[in-house]
Design a protein around this ligand. Structure first.
Ligand code: BG6
Length: 467
């Protein structure tokens, strides 16, 4: 069955994973620009300055900074009517704390949005996608400091004003709950202890709420959402102890959505903080700001599900980008060990909508896989088509059977980009192949994969034709 009229079909990227041009047009360094390639996030964080002789995947990435017209034309050819992307904050405020924005950076996104709109593509913009300006780390130590709030709000007001009428859908912090697992991406800081992370999360919440308030004031047409890194888990068995363990696992993540969608800290979190002697330093106005700055919609990523429960001899750990849990014997896995669970996407939609009752967007989904370009320039990525088809099928049930207001579907890495987790290029998600390898070799030429033509058909039929 088709999706509702006006459904937004597109794809998603993040500036630091695709743009390159890392110092072009007056841009400053972001926290992604000092990450080398590596199999683990910890390995990637090995310099924190740009060192001669080291390879930094974000510096050129797929050079979308210089190829965006060609790339948007390819998106339009597939029929995209939306494109989720991020503004690289350090293009606008090179150090993060500057008083005056960088005009060249602002102009770059003006041109990019114009190109999208000319092609009938609605931009959906993430304000901060793992690319906080490095200056906020060097000057303040990252989001543990309250100073970051003003810097973020200044940046948001600048772009809300500049792009008024061009951009309507915004989201504040990508996968905000990833701070739970990784302080660097999530909050531009090195500390991993609960006290510091809880304080940083509070600053992120207040900053996001202030951005929502300012965004609505600047343009009442603006819709400003949060972005949740979709962790969904099942209880390992019907043993009530497993069920409770799963609730605890989900609470650790859903806490972020609870604050941003409901406007206050949930009791289970307040009790945990009390037990662990964690004190949040709040300004007197913070609680009111959180309540006033509730988000308009909930956007999330969905790649896999995990299993939570009591540790048993049989329980084996599964892989994930940032999340870990046990393997699910009912599910297959990707080449990177992520558990593939199409039915889980519908379950996730129900869980989130039942809990928050606001519209949803699925802004990341997809299969990271090794692709091969044949001599004639084609890529037969049937495995990717299968993955996406099964997920869209279940998503459609969520919309048409369960009646969930889903606004958009933007599969991840619609054009091949650098992996956020490992810095690799060979982990590809795209409908468009980019000739570039893990070490930065390649022509950067773009090729249409088999999935390109398949997704074009899906969009043309508004999701009715998935064959
Ligand atoms: C999400 C991030 O966690 O997963 C993206 O928002 C990321 O930035 C995506 O690229 C896929 O993860 P990876 O590690 O395969 O790139």
């Amino acid at each position: 069955m088709a999706f509702p009229k006006g459904f937004l079909w597109g794809g998603a990227t993040a500036a630091n994973q695709c743009e390159g041009g890392y110092l072009d047009g007056g841009k400053g360094l972001s926290i992604a620009d000092v990450l080398t390639a590596g199999s683990l996030n910890e390995e990637r964080k090995n310099t924190l300055v740009v060192k001669e002789g080291e390879y930094y995947p974000s510096h050129i990435a797929i050079d979308m900074y210089h190829h965006y017209k060609e790339d948007i034309a390819l998106f339009a050819e597939m029929g995209f009517n939306c494109y989720r992307m991020s503004i690289n904050w350090a293009r606008i405020y090179p150090n993060g704390y500057d008083e005056v924005p960088n005009e060249e950076g602002l102009q770059f996104y003006d041109d990019l949005f114009d190109e999208c709109l000319k092609n009938g593509i609605e931009p959906i913009v993430t304000l901060s996608h793992y690319e906080t300006p490095l200056g906020l780390y060097t000057k303040f130590g990252g989001w543990k400091s309250r100073e970051c709030i003003d810097c973020f709000v200044r940046y948001c007001k600048t772009v809300f004003t500049r792009y008024k009428g061009k951009v309507k859908y915004w989201m504040t912090f990508n996968e905000i709950n990833c701070l739970e697992m990784n302080s660097w991406n999530g909050a531009a800081m090195l500390e991993e202890d609960l006290q510091t992370k809880t304080q940083a999360a509070h600053h992120l919440f207040v900053a996001s709420a202030l951005a929502v308030i300012a965004g609505h004031e600047i343009d009442p047409e603006n819709k400003i959402g949060m972005m949740y890194g979709g962790l969904f888990s099942y209880a390992n068995s019907c043993n009530p102890a497993d069920v409770q363990a799963n609730i605890d696992t989900m609470h650790a993540q859903l806490f972020y959505c609870d604050v941003m969608c409901k406007g206050y800290y949930p009791n289970y979190k307040l009790k945990q903080l009390e037990r662990e002697n964690i004190i949040i330093q709040k300004a007197p106005e913070d609680d009111e700001i959180l309540m006033k700055g509730k988000v308009d919609y909930l956007a999330y990523s969905y790649y896999m599900t995990l299993v939570a429960g009591e540790k048993t001899a049989k329980a084996e750990l599964a892989n994930g980008n940032l999340f870990t849990g046990y393997k699910n014997p009912y599910l297959e896995q990707s080449q990177w060990g992520w558990q593939i669970d199409p039915m889980g996407i519908r379950i996730s939609m129900n869980e989130l909508y039942d809990r928050y009752n606001i519209p949803l967007m699925i802004v990341e989904n997809g299969l990271g896989a090794v692709d091969e370009v044949k001599e004639d320039g084609t890529v037969d990525d049937d495995y990717r088509i299968d993955y996406l088809r099964e997920h869209i099928r279940e998503m459609e049930k969520g919309v048409n059977i369960d009646g969930i207001p889903l606004l958009a579907y933007t599969p991840w890495g619609c054009i091949d980009i650098v992996s956020a987790g490992t810095g690799e290029m060979k982990k590809r998600y795209g409908f468009i192949y980019v000739d570039r390898d893990n070490d930065g070799n390649g022509t950067l030429k773009r090729y249409r994969k088999k999935s390109f033509y398949w997704y074009k058909k899906v969009i043309a039929s508004n999701g009715a034709d998935l064959d």
